[in-house]
Write a new protein. Structure first.
Length: 583
């Protein structure tokens, strides 16, 4: 198409004088030179103040082409097979339908002559074009072809991800396959873009399944069907990157990869275990810059935040944070340390691993292979004249004893413990072999926490909930009539999940004179919990209900992450709760 025709079309749609097109094209070329990969039409749409999809719809009308909504229209396999994966990804086109008139191909750049020629040559049949926004085509390509499909198909052609491997070892000949190297980089790249915390490579008899954990929930990622053939090479590549022995496939191994994505440091912990159909590989992504949150950003109730600020400035005692793996305990501890960090306090931590580096704090990483355990490190830390000590986790009696001794000799100690709720921490310490009188005199406070997914702000809608259901799950009866409930309807911003991001819910137990006799007498956790609630403690579920009432999360999320009450054991939450919710 001639430049004059393109200019007339675009300026007509944009309702601008023809000379404006020359200015747009000049600015766009300058942006491309500076490193922007934005298409010309996307640039023009933005300059006009129009959404890209609306601009594309108007352009399609002017050109007499169809505009395709890829959310509503599926793509049949027979249409996809008419265009090679290489061409589809190289030119960002999607074969969307096969009709008597020929093959319909969706594009976001109708003026790319090279694209039109390549598609017609590859299809070897009449081709009719349609329009859709670039971002929607990219999502559809990943959905129908799988992440990295073009990489495996091209066998190494194309640009590599903007991802630097900081500690890769010497690569073997098998790992020199550029397509495999690029594919692994692309998987990490996509996981980071989707805010995933974990990547799991799970071999099965006829496929290699790859799943991302996003906001605490596992999601299967679309993958090319031929991926199983590359299983051995992919796993070898990951093992090389993480410094593992690639020849050892019978025993579990651990490693670490340090990568940089667009200037952001990512620490990846890698674990492999042998399974029936090959080695299963798990990657935990730790974004050092994002793990840190200030104390006022953690989502505490004002009353609890005030109490915590009083506790963390005490001269001695133990403050324990409890919860399962992935519940945000480390983030809370870092927030506490940051709040009290000053030139007047010597703070030393021992962690596994050091997830975030805090300026002005001495941080030690556990190294069991050379004998540097939590207990050994803690013992030597006490000779370093600290005011505050943080122990990553109390796992055994030796570490617990040293931590308690430190708290009783004038040190403030922070640590974590794996228990379901705050009152159970006393039982766990006593079961480890710690004398009850030491527990009662050293522990100042225990905080249990969970992470709930927050409602996507882009598709947040009000929902009606049955009154009987609210009574059944223990929602405060005096607030049933006035409370409003919300959910995420699902949109592109949240990938149709209805949730985006996570927030903590908390249970803060303060040890006082009414609780110490119960601890000394080895009372059951339920007895301690009842007394603590009488003293003003809010349970995890109660704090969850408060966040539901504030419109931050949903009933289903609170039920999913909090302990099921006796009257709830038949319901269980999750999908079973849907029948009680009015749509």
């Amino acid at each position: 198409m001639a430049i004059g025709s393109i200019k007339d079309l675009v300026t007509s749609v944009a309702q601008a004088p023809p000379k404006q097109f020359d200015d747009w094209r000049k600015s766009w070329r300058a942006a491309v030179t500076a490193g922007s990969a934005e298409p010309l039409l996307t640039f023009v749409a933005r300059e006009c103040g129009l959404a890209e999809d609306l601009f594309m719809q108007k352009l399609a009308v002017s050109m007499g082409w169809p505009f395709i909504d890829l959310h509503k229209q599926g793509v049949p396999t027979e249409a996809r097979n008419k265009i090679s994966t290489k061409i589809a990804f190289q030119y960002l086109v999607l074969p969307s339908a096969l009709t008597d008139a020929g093959l319909q191909v969706v594009t976001s750049d109708p003026f790319d002559a090279a694209m039109a020629s390549a598609v017609r040559f590859d299809a070897r049949m009449p081709v009719n074009f349609a329009l859709a926004p670039k971002a929607e085509i990219e999502k559809a390509l990943k959905k129908y072809y799988g992440v990295g499909a073009e990489t495996l198909d091209e066998m190494g052609e194309g640009e590599s991800m903007e991802l630097d491997i900081a500690n890769s070892k010497e690569i073997t000949e098998d790992d020199q396959e550029a397509s495999v190297i690029k594919f692994v980089n692309q998987i990490i790249w996509e996981a980071h873009k989707d805010r995933a915390t974990d990547i799991h490579f799970e071999p099965a008899e006829d496929e290699l399944r790859i799943r991302y954990r996003i906001d605490g929930i596992l999601h299967q990622t679309p993958m090319p069907p031929q991926l199983k053939r590359f299983q051995a090479a992919l796993i070898s590549r990951i093992k090389v990157m993480s410094g593992m022995n690639i020849a050892e496939k019978r025993l579990p191994q651990d490693g670490r990869i340090n990568v940089r994505i667009k200037g952001e440091e990512i620490d990846i912990r890698v674990s492999t275990v042998p399974t029936v159909y090959g080695e299963s590989v798990s990657l935990r992504l730790l974004t050092r810059g994002k793990i840190f949150l200030s104390l006022d950003k953690l989502g505490f109730a004002p009353k609890d935040e005030a109490i915590i600020r009083e506790i963390i400035v005490k001269p001695h005692g133990i403050f324990l944070v409890t919860g399962p793996t992935g519940s945000g305990k480390s983030t809370s501890l870092y927030a506490f340390l940051s709040a009290i960090n000053s030139v007047h306090k010597r703070i030393i931590t021992i962690e596994e691993p050091v997830e975030y580096e805090l300026k002005g704090i001495n941080q030690i990483a556990v190294r069991p292979e050379i004998g540097l355990t939590f207990a050994m490190g803690l013992r030597h830390i006490l000779r370093q004249d600290p005011n505050v000590v943080m122990v990553g986790e109390i796992r055994d009696m030796e570490t617990a004893e040293i931590a308690i001794r430190a708290s009783l000799t004038g040190h403030l100690v922070f640590s974590t413990l794996h228990t379901n709720d705050a009152p159970s921490a006393f039982t766990r310490l006593i079961d480890m072999g710690i004398e009850p009188f030491l527990v009662a005199s050293s522990v100042e406070a225990i905080m249990a926490q969970r992470l709930v997914r927050t409602i996507c702000p882009h598709c947040k809608t009000e929902q009606k909930v049955e009154r009987d259901y609210l009574k059944r799950i223990g929602f405060p009866e005096d607030e049933i009539e006035t409370a409003k409930f919300w959910r995420g309807a699902g949109c592109e911003e949240c990938r149709q999940f209805g949730y985006q991001g996570r927030k903590g819910i908390y249970e803060l137990l303060i040890v006082n004179e009414s609780l110490r006799p119960l601890i000394l007498n080895r009372a059951a956790a339920s007895t301690i919990a009842a007394k603590a609630i009488e003293n003003g403690m809010r349970s995890l579920r109660t704090d969850g209900w408060n966040k539901v009432k504030n419109g931050e999360t949903t009933i289903e999320e609170v039920l999913r992450v909090t302990q099921i009450e006796e009257h709830m054991d038949a319901l269980g939450g999750g999908e079973k709760t849907e029948m009680w919710v009015k749509k």
